[in-house]
Structures are given as C-alpha cells and as structure tokens.
Design a binder for this molecule. Structure first.
Ligand SMILES: *Cc1c(COP(=O)(O)O)cnc(C)c1O
Length: 378
C-alpha cells in the first residue's frame, strides 16, 4: 500500500493531496465565459446552450439533445417523457449512485432492483431475463408485473464508471417485453458499444456534466434521443412548458425550470472540444496503473474492451471487506483520495422496501470495489 500511495503521487507529480477526479480546463472555457458575460446572456437563453446542444448531438450521433441543469433532472425528464407515471415500476440496478433511484422516485414511481454482471458492474441481462420470465406479463397498454399488478414502465441500465453494460442484449429483451429503455449514461459520455455511443441506444437518455464527470459544465446534464419529438418534449418541459408566444405566459403542463444556463454551456462546449485529449491522457494513466498492478496482489478492474471505454473512473477489487477498509484507511490517511463503490440502494431508508432479486454480484462488488485517483493530466 505504501508502494501504491508513492506510485500515485509520482504519477500526479505531487507530494501533497491527490484527489479522486478533478476537472481539467485547457481549452476555450475562459474565452467563452468572457464572451457570454460581455454579451449579458448568462442565463437560460444564449448561443452557447444552442451550440452545445448541436455539437453534443453530432458527437453522440443522436437526432437531438437538450441541455439541462444536472444529470438527475435529465434522468427525471427522460423518464417522464418515456411514459413513467406514479406507481409504475422501473427496473434498474442497486449498484448505482442514489440519483438513479431518486429520479424514478421523484415521479412517484418505484425502483425494482435487478442484479449486475461482475465484469461490467452494470445491469445484467441474465438477471433481467429471469425477473421478466417470472414476474412480467404483456397486457394491452404495456408490460405489467403480474404479482403486484403495477405497470413495468421503463428499464434504466447504468454504465458503471463508464463501462458499457450489455446494452444490445438488454435492448433485445426490453423490446420483446415492450419496455422502453432510458439509459443512465451519466458516467459514460463517450463510451461505445458496436460503434454507437452510450446514450444513443435507449428511447431517451441522460448524461451528467457534474464537476466529477469526464467532462463538466460546472453543473449540467443532457437529455438526448433519436426521436426528435421526444427531445422537443424534453426542451418544452425543461423550460416550464411555456407555449411559445411573444408576450403571453401560457404553460400547457407541469413543467420544470431545468434549462442549462448559458455560462454553464460555455464550460460544457469547451470541455466537449477537449474530450479526445482528456481521454488520451486518461488512457496513458490507465496503462501506467496496469503496469503497476501487474506486480501487485490488488486487482485493477479492466473493462471488457478498454478501446471503447471513456476511462472515466478507475477502480480496484480488494479480496474482502476488511482488506477494502484497510486500503481505504491507509490511502486516505496518506493523502491519496480513494472511495468505496456506493452502498447498494436498497440499503438506503428510502429504498429498503423496494423489490430486489438475489443481488449476489452487487453484494460481492459492494464489499470490494474502491475507486482510485483517475484525473486526466493536461
Ligand atoms: C452523477 C450521476 C448522476 C447524477 O448527475 P448529477 O449531475 O450529479 O445530478 C446520475 N446517475 C449516475 C450514475 C451518476 O453517476
């Protein structure tokens, strides 16, 4: 462990604190911010918001994207537009950040926790199939849980640490059961599977540009879809559902004030322009970690295909909870920031009564996975 902390400090060329993930600003961030401030358009209307939406949609290969204030609201909007209503069930994983379940909960819907695969740490098609075979039934108007009688209104796979879930298999299954997919691609901007980007598979999907994500807007999120009418609904609902008119205030449904401000879009646009250099730098760091861990008893997590991975957050797998806790204690006491993977969501008071399957893989990973410093160096 002493080797590890000195290795990390050398890697990041510091004798002081090494954070888990800090953003890098080496592009047009300041220039765009100056331009926005000089123009007085700092709030929800402004050219950088439109530009960022256009450029991010082109990058992702989706028909349309809508910039919002954060990833949680992006997910909430995407779920609402996909048709999720109060008392519906939404299939997702318990191995995720709390926002995944909160976005479902905000709509009055209920998360149902399906286990993850050990290698992707993301929603398992095999566990999903088992659940659907046992509980699901197609009726007029969609897929229902025959034990609870509730509608199974959506499925939300999350690409953990940017590593793609088995999205094609999940898509096939959900198509078979007529369940729309909303990807929680918050961590996976720029990750791919079969030449398609994360966030372009589901019906309508969400990204986050929080400060700790691979690119940041300060705070921000994105809803995107290949169906223009759905993205247009996202834009409408994110701008208080105000009907376009030169002076009238008429709002035709319960909308939100979720629109991304122009100042945040300045940062987001500049970060998008830096995306490939950020990933290149992170790839180099990951290769150095691979070499280091080759001769260590600690296992570095490698995604199935690292060429298709955005390299957002690196992690290691310890042998058991005691070793994990020791590793966390030593590294954090020695100014190398490390963090355990999340507490499983069904262990939080808000979600303890939610249905879950055996969760074997999630429980295994929860006890062992630790994130290690993963910032780019530019
Ligand atoms: C970061 C994150 C979110 C939420 O994004 P915010 O921008 O922080 O609201 C949602 N889901 C996952 C998996 C995340 O990692």
């Amino acid at each position: 462990m002493k080797n590890f902390t000195s290795f990390v400090k050398e890697l990041y060329e510091t004798r002081e604190f090494v954070p888990l993930h800090s953003p890098v600003f080496v592009g047009n961030e300041k220039a765009y911010l100056n331009e926005a401030i000089d123009s007085t358009f700092v709030s929800s209307v402004g050219p950088f918001v439109d530009l960022f939406e256009e450029k991010s949609a082109n990058f992702l290969g989706v028909t349309k994207s809508v910039a919002v204030i954060n990833g949680t609201s992006a997910l909430q909007l995407a779920l609402r537009i996909s048709g999720v209503q109060a008392n519906d069930e939404v299939l997702t994983q318990s191995l995720s950040f709390v926002a995944t379940a909160n976005a479902i909960n905000y709509l009055g819907a209920v998360p149902v926790f399906i286990d993850v695969d050990l290698d992707t740490m993301s929603l398992s098609p095999e566990h999903l199939r088992n659940f659907l075979n046992e509980y699901a039934e197609i009726r007029q108007g969609g897929c229902y849980n025959k034990k609870t009688g509730n509608k199974i209104a959506a499925c939300v796979p999350m690409h953990t640490f940017g590593m793609m879930c088995r999205i094609e298999e999940i898509l096939d299954l959900c198509n078979e059961w007529t369940i729309p997919i909303v990807e929680d691609a918050a961590e996976a901007f720029g990750s791919q599977s079969n030449n398609k980007y994360a966030g372009s598979f589901g019906l309508i999907n969400a990204f986050s540009f929080n400060g700790n994500k691979i690119i940041t807007a300060g705070g921000g999120g994105l809803v995107c879809s290949n169906i223009a009418s759905l993205a247009n609904q996202a834009k409408h609902l994110s701008t208080t559902a105000k009907v376009k008119h030169s002076w009238e205030f008429f709002h035709d449904s319960l909308g939100y004030n979720f629109r991304m401000p122009n100042v945040n879009a300045c940062i987001a646009l500049a970060q998008l322009e830096s995306f490939s250099s950020i990933v290149e730098s992170k790839k180099e760091i990951f290769i150095k970690y691979q070499k280091f861990f080759d001769s260590s008893s600690i296992k570095l997590i490698n995604p199935i295909d690292s060429n298709l991975w955005n390299h957002w957050l690196f992690s290691v797998c310890l042998d058991n909870r005691e070793e994990r806790d020791e590793f966390l204690k030593y590294t954090n006491e020695n100014s190398v920031m490390t963090r355990p993977i999340w507490n499983l969501l069904f262990k939080l008071p808000m979600y303890e009564n939610c249905f879950r399957d055996d969760q074997k893989n999630s429980l295994y990973l929860e006890e062992r996975i630790v994130n290690i410093p993963s910032s780019a160096r530019l």
